[in-house]
Ligand binder design. Structure first.
Ligand SMILES: [Zn+2]
Length: 187
């Protein structure tokens, strides 16, 4: 099946300066395997507003090097996700050492769904550029998935869920291991 779009359409903004345009995903397709440290995952964010539940899809970059969960200010504004002001603003830096605008607010607890797997989390709000539809609107560090503890293959861009936690809480009893491919993650 043809992918709706290529992963190479998505430069890793926080790393592009370091990788000088040599995108690992492209190398995987054309040359010897190279270990990547990030790929895109389609998530659904869910939060309460009064008695109502709000829900929106968010394409996030799962990044083993990211230090915290981040959503772009433009995305927050568009979907009116409730925020909390930090008592002490935090300064967040890109991998290239540049300061990123933001760090003054974070979201109230949001349920982040990846397939059947859910984490309650707060996202820092950063002034990431609006790159339009089909571009990622935030970052998620691997550490936020420790509860589900999936096996990540950074080279193939696949997630395998088979932890005791997932078998107990996320997966139907008939399924012992759940695989997600790039295609599934980007749907
Ligand atoms: Zn799970």
């Amino acid at each position: 099946m043809k992918r709706p779009f290529e992963l190479t359409d998505f430069p890793d903004m926080l790393r592009e300066d370091l990788e000088v345009g040599r995108h690992p995903k492209r190398q995987r397709l054309e040359g010897p395997p190279v270990h990547t440290r990030s790929f895109l995952v389609q998530t659904t964010l869910e939060w309460k507003e009064g008695n109502e539940t709000r829900k929106v899809n968010a394409l996030l970059m799962l990044d083993s090097g990211a230090s915290g969960a981040v959503l772009a200010q433009h995305f927050i504004d568009k979907h009116k996700i409730p925020l909390v002001k930090r008592v002490q603003p935090t300064q967040i830096y890109a991998a290239n050492g540049k300061k990123i605008a933001g760090g003054t607010h974070y979201t109230t607890p949001v349920d982040m769904w990846i397939g059947k797997h859910v984490n309650k989390m707060n996202f820092d709000v950063l002034g990431l550029p609006d790159e339009g539809l089909r571009k990622h609107v935030g970052y998620m560090p691997m550490s936020w998935l420790t509860k589900h503890n999936p096996d990540i293959d950074w080279t193939l861009g696949t997630i395998k869920w088979r932890s005791t936690y997932c078998r107990k809480h996320c997966l139907p009893s008939t399924i012992k291991i759940e695989w997600m491919t790039e295609e599934q993650m980007l749907r």
